[in-house]
Write a protein that binds this ligand. Structure first.
Ligand SMILES: [Zn+2]
Length: 447
């Protein structure tokens, strides 16, 4: 497997290329994208002030809220799309506010397919592979780009879609009969499929041909990854991107952070409060700039994830800088008694207990005027009442030790919490539930 020349380029070569691409993006946005021109004029910046990546901090940051506001003022698609005609429109999955459309030209989609192919190749996919894609084909971009990347690489594709499109038992029957070698899925649906396989009397570790599980669209803490690898007896790659910054990063075989495709995007990390740029190694809010887009180019977009950037060399030989695992999303952070609680940190602790199943929720509720967070999770196997209580208190103890706060833990029988999202393999299983008043019922019954 050979690397592309740009994947081994020197820092000076990468920055020279970024400067060239950035100048063209800025020039285009100044002429054709009112959303940016207005902001830059207000900040007193002109295209000639932006020559190299080091000039980027002169441009103002943009947020999801800025796009929301623009959509209200310039319906239906906003003024941030520019004047290029789209061949396909994608939209962010709307974790905050309404879905945000992003236009793509054919050239944009071709470039994204190349980045997606680069990612799959780095993870060991070859033209000999058959790739089963159980991601949704919707406004969300993750499903289409997995398919287009695999095709660009010359691999075969089985686009089965989510459980709503191809029922889970049918997904398993197809995987058993046609022997696909790569599974693309959300982490929660990849776990769910192992349970369905077992219900059908099959052993996921032995009865299938998958050598690689490609997960995306939800956080996949190390413990979830290890659990998936164990259940499927396959190597698991976690893929980070977004509808805007599609296929922007990739894990290599070393699995030590996410290489940034720096010939297509510039990643920065800034102070979450002041927006001041942080040096490599320091954790802050991720800010992304596109370098290739004809439609909806974006500049210094605050994605919301908390990460750090690493510039030390990777053993794989690639010179693209890497992004750390996502610590959490600034907008997903919960505050309880002054302590920050990240759902991803809770999940990491839950995955260290083999007695626990895949499904879990954080239920926020008021108890006697006090905000509480209750962790509801399924057991892996039915447990007698007494054992269940013992396990709940051990989980609560470990959560206290790892995240610094005591949360109440409620454990349910397997199947009690299967979320509609996980059952169908939709993206971003919703993990945080607001509920008032307290009820001992599992959250599923309240949905
Ligand atoms: Zn590497």
């Amino acid at each position: 497997m050979t690397l592309e020349a740009i994947e081994q380029a020197s820092r000076a070569e990468i920055e020279a290329l970024q400067g060239r691409l950035l100048r063209a993006q800025v020039e285009n946005a100044w002429k054709n994208v009112p959303f940016y021109r207005q902001r830059w004029e207000a900040a007193g910046v002109r295209p000639e002030n932006i020559c190299t990546p080091a000039d980027l901090p002169k441009l103002p940051l943009v947020t999801k809220e800025d796009f929301d506001q623009d959509l209200i003022e310039n319906p239906p698609f906003g003024s941030y799309q520019g004047n290029a005609r789209p061949v396909r429109i994608h939209a962010s999955s709307g974790t905050t506010g309404a879905p945000k459309p992003f236009f793509n030209t054919q050239a944009d989609l071709d470039r994204i397919a190349e980045l997606s192919a680069r990612r799959l190749r780095a993870q060991g996919v070859t033209p000999n592979d058959l790739v089963q894609v159980t991601l949704p084909f919707s406004l969300y971009i993750g499903g289409p780009i997995a398919i287009e990347g695999a095709m660009k690489l010359g691999a075969g594709v089985l686009a089965t879609g989510t459980g709503a499109m191809t029922p889970s038992r049918q997904q398993i029957a197809i995987a058993r009969r046609w022997r696909p070698t790569v599974l693309c899925s959300t982490p929660s649906y990849a776990l769910r499929l192992t349970e369905v396989a077992r219900e059908m009397g099959l052993d996921p570790a032995r009865d299938f041909n998958f050598h690689m599980i490609y997960v995306t669209a939800e956080s996949c803490p190390p413990e979830t990854r290890a659990e998936l690898a164990r259940r499927w007896n396959a190597r698991v790659y976690d893929n980070f991107g977004s509808v805007e910054a599609a296929a922007s990063t990739y894990e290599c075989r070393c699995q030590c952070g996410w290489h940034i495709s720096e010939d297509a995007y510039i990643f920065e990390v800034v102070d979450p409060h002041t927006g001041e740029p942080f040096p490599p190694g320091k954790q802050g809010a991720l800010v992304v700039t596109s370098l290739f887009r004809e439609a909806s180019p974006f500049f210094r977009y605050r994605v919301g994830d908390l990460v750090s950037l690493w510039d030390d060399p990777c053993e794989c030989g690639r010179t693209f800088r890497r992004m750390s695992p996502v610590k959490g999303r600034a907008d997903e952070m919960l505050k309880l008694r002054g302590i920050s609680v990240y759902p991803a940190a809770v999940e990491r602790v839950l995955r260290t207990f083999p007695e626990l199943g895949a499904e879990w929720f954080l239920v926020m509720e008021q108890r006697g005027g006090v905000e509480e967070i209750v962790v509801q999770i399924e057991a892996a196997h039915p447990l007698p009442e007494q054992e269940r209580e013992g396990l709940a208190s051990r989980v609560a103890d470990r959560l206290k030790r790892e995240i610094g706060i005591r949360l109440e833990v409620e454990i349910f029988d397997p199947g009690a919490l299967v979320s509609p999202e996980a059952a169908e393999g939709r993206v971003k299983a919703r993990r945080i539930i607001q509920r008032t008043p307290h009820s001992p019922e599992p959250v599923k019954n309240r949905e």
